[in-house]
Design a protein around this ligand. Sequence first.
Ligand code: AMP
Length: 395
Amino acid sequence: MKTVNDFNFKGKKALIRVDFNVPLNENLEVTDTSRIEAAKATIIKILEDGGSCVLMSHLGRPKENEAKFSLKNIVESVRDIMGVNVHFAGDCIGKMATEAVANCAPGEILLLENLRYHSEEIAGDRDFAEKLSKLGDIYVNDAFGTAHRAHASTAVIADFFPGQKCFGLLLASEIENINKVLGNSTRPVTAIIGGAKVSSKITIIENILEKIDHLIIAGGMAFTFVKAQGGKIGNSLVENDKLDLALDILKQAKAKGVEVHLPIDSVAADAFSEKANTKVEPIDAISDGWMGLDAGPATNAHFAAVVLGSKTILWNGPVGVFELSKFSNGTIALGQAITKATAEGCFSLVGGGDSVAAVKQFGFSDKVSYVSTGGGAMLEMLEGKILPGIQAISS
Ligand code: AMP
């Protein structure tokens, strides 16, 4: 796996695909700079070598060239974070881009306008990719968030850089950390799969069963498993068309020697609301009209014991409706157990949408081993797929 550390960028122009798809408020100010910070190590390495950085990214899903999706809005944030002057080109191809690249001196950064102002980007258009490729000497992909897309700038472009392409440090560390779970992991390995829907996690569960010792199934999706086994779940979330599948997953797990842990009890509520009345009930005896919205105390203790006995942990999906503080205790308790296990030497990887949000919200980000930056990309890797953006650099 070649990374930017395998190249000397002195006098070279690095064409870097970054993921600067950051959130902006109504004044078009960046409200969360994490994605820009995540690319810093790669950019600084290239600048310190004496190279220049030509940055390409998308922002949002523009239909036309709407100004609110212009990357011009983030120039100041990039400048503040990188600590050097940042030039901007009003288009990512054509004369404007070519001239701006020619004027970008060693030690400087040029940010190109939103790639998705051109529909050819998402279409993976080869001619468009070739035009982009003229803007640099070495192609670097550091955009894990879009590595699962076969777009022009994330995959197709790599063909135009034989021997002159590599991973950025963020993308390399994402791959390395996910492989610590999916590859040669230290046992026992525990996967915690929570969240709302079984249907969105089936492929992940099936792919990781070979690699794990314990599977914790939690959150709303646990009720499909509970109902499939004959439990009474009241009005809790369920996917009735997935009951057989749930039983099949339990069978597969057993055949592979994986110990499955379902919740024991639940905080049941009479409404999906912060003001709801609540009571703790056994997971398979939820009252009619009530719904389980968080893991109960017995569950929290059991999950913590499993976590503390693990050497490798993958956490994807919250164990309750953590967005409402009344139902956030289970997710917090699980986060605390994982951070304790991590402090005791366990490797813990958190990834995929809502669990990352939970980890950030409750202040666990620095206390787990790795928080993945790519939602969809991370999930597809866990599903066992080879991501186009990764393959394009590796081949
Ligand atoms: P997912 O995107 O599938 O990982 O699901 C995340 C969502 O699942 C979060 O918004 C949680 O609020 C929700 N969730 C977790 N537990 C439950 C539950 N017991 N009932 C309903 N929703 C839940």
